[in-house]
Design a protein around this ligand. Sequence first.
Ligand SMILES: *Cc1c(COP(=O)(O)O)cnc(C)c1O
Length: 367
Amino acid sequence: MDNGYYQMHEYKAPAWAQHLNHIPSHIVKLTSLNTPIHRWSLPGVPDGFQVFIKRDDLTGVELSGSKVRILQFLFAEALRHNARHVVTGGCLQSNHCRAVALTCRQLGLTPHIVVARVSKKEELGAKGNALLYRLAGSHLYMSPTCSYEAFSQRLRSLAGYISDKYREPCYCIPLGGASSPGMFAFITLFQELIEQGLFDNFDDIVVSIATGCTAAGIAVGNYLTGSKLRIHAVSIALSKEELTKRIDRMLSDIELTLGANDIMDIIDDYIGEGYGTATEGLLETITNVSANTGILLDPYYTGKGTQGLLEELKKTPSRFQGKRILFIHTGGIFGLFNGEMDRVMNLPGNHAYYINEWPEKDIPLVQ
Ligand SMILES: *Cc1c(COP(=O)(O)O)cnc(C)c1O
């Protein structure tokens, strides 16, 4: 198959995962893996605890964040189906849609993006992720609010319509890439963590969670290798009850007879008003963390995850198995450019202490 320099390989699951069901057969290399782990001096961590960060935001530039790990499997499948078009969907600021659209163009495929909760062209704008999938020349389809099931159905119907219209194969990627290959992306991530010294250096893992795919893959990895750590998943949108239902389904899909709550600690106290709603407190956490540690968080995923980590360390330290905590930074940087940061950066008072008049008395201005 001629796909330029994008190499397709047969995928081999880690030895401890080879008995699972639905193991993807191939993988196409899209990212730089073995992302680094380093100490993270988060402000507000109680004495005794040490926080570290797995920089999975560094998988790439335009194809950055953990979602690209999933796409390596899904695009391998799309190419093996000889797809010329790819349909997917998500919310306006979806990291998934951005990564799919740009990957499509890099592989010579045409991206078709269904944008949820948008009914007028003017609402699309060109900020953050939306700018990037629009720059990829994606065909956009606006989809006003509907249920998760109805939206998934729309994606499948659109894929059928496109393959008929163009008489070329079209591959459909479900919302957010949540799928069994998705789980294997994070089972592979867990193997990467093991090779980086996970078992010797850490007691707990904390990660942000939307559909649950990322956390489930990590928790399965932990379970199958002897449950040495405790996995905490901070929800950014769904209730613990809803997530449990969805993750239970994913687990039975790969033939594991376990419940989500047997293998992970789901925390749903930091959802705020739901997906895509950033309180001022959250925006403050983001600015406080970047101003103190130089690490960028986003208002959709990693910001809420970090807020959850910091609050729980203070409120319920017994929730953690040990003192050495690894936070997985799943990416999402472009969400930070959705325009919302203006709300805190331009508030009188906030951040004003960073803005100085020119110290003319000491350094006269050269005219
Ligand atoms: C999608 C996403 C997540 C959540 O992943 P799920 O597998 O859906 O739980 C976390 N962080 C970022 C940056 C994401 O884009």
